[in-house]
Design a protein around this ligand. Sequence first.
Ligand SMILES: NC(=O)c1ccc[n+]([C@@H]2O[C@H](COP(=O)([O-])OP(=O)(O)OC[C@H]3O[C@@H](n4cnc5c(N)ncnc54)[C@H](O)[C@@H]3O)[C@@H](O)[C@H]2O)c1
Length: 328
Amino acid sequence: MKISKNILVIGGCGYIGSHMVKCLLDAGHKVVVLDDLSTGFRDSLLGGEFIAGDFGNRAVLDDLFSRQPFDGVLHFASLIQVGESVIDPARYYSCNVAKTLTLIDTMKQHGIGNLIFSSTAAVFGEPEQVPIDEKHPRLPINPYGMTKHMVEIMLRDFDRAYGLRSVALRYFNAAGADPDARIGERHQPETHLIPLALQAVLGRRPALSVFGRDYPTPDGTCIRDYIHVDDLCDAHLLALEYLWNGGATIAFNLGNGAGFSVQQVLDAVMDVTGAPVPVQNAPKREGDPARLVADAALAKATLGWSPRYADLKTIVRHAWQWEQRRPH
Ligand SMILES: NC(=O)c1ccc[n+]([C@@H]2O[C@H](COP(=O)([O-])OP(=O)(O)OC[C@H]3O[C@@H](n4cnc5c(N)ncnc54)[C@H](O)[C@@H]3O)[C@@H](O)[C@H]2O)c1
């Protein structure tokens, strides 16, 4: 029988965090969510205790950590828009780096360990080879990626000096939704391809821009690695178990290893919805590589993780079910 643990989910009202809360509750754990609702939604929580607050506020953390012990902390809260991070890096370094330093320093003071950190493929910058494994150089090309890279370095040093063990999980493109369509992707503004395409089909936004059709890929559009949000959550749960079993601080790349082009995604959206996606062709964007695909072999071998939803159509179908019933 598995023992129920007490887990803190920071940013649990967001897209990935809310699916994580579902996954933890299904696994029989007790969940406390800390979220300031800056980009998340209170009604995305399917259970657990909710605490409204900023994870960068030491007084909030001191209060939380002195009231109850936690067996693990999952940290999803951050600013996530690459373009915005270029325009306003101060906000990104402040939220993603400075507040995370406050978090891990307070965890250290209260003797709380076992942190899972949401990192990103953006730590790698321009890919030198694809698929991208953990040995690939980390040379971020925007402040968003740099903030995540800096936190990964802080986590390494906090383990060396204080024994605070952690796992950084570098997601490529999180996609899909709860198969029962209770929760799903709800970013404002939305920048991710699948919800944008589905919203264009529903007429909720104008035609979708396809940035570049002359990349060196089979159909000329960019290739990305889409990983189902529930598969990501499975990896988090396994990463927690890895730390509980004494695993060392580490970072894993998470993707399904099969890239899909923008055009393949649009074709899958048409298959699932029965309607073509209204599109307009647009120039390439700076810093958009032709192909970004994860080599997730290390996570699979170390954690025993394997994605359940590798099929693009299933990912799109779950996102479509959610998109049709999501609150506005
Ligand atoms: N969505 C993706 O495809 C993707 C890819 C790579 C990495 N990531 C990383 O995964 C994490 C979650 O992404 P998401 O798509 O679920 O984002 P999201 O914006 O939906 O969720 C973030 C949550 O954190 C909360 N939050 C933000 N700042 C906070 C603060 N100071 N105090 C308390 N709560 C705060 C927000 O209210 C929100 O509920 C992020 O760290 C992001 O960088 C996401």
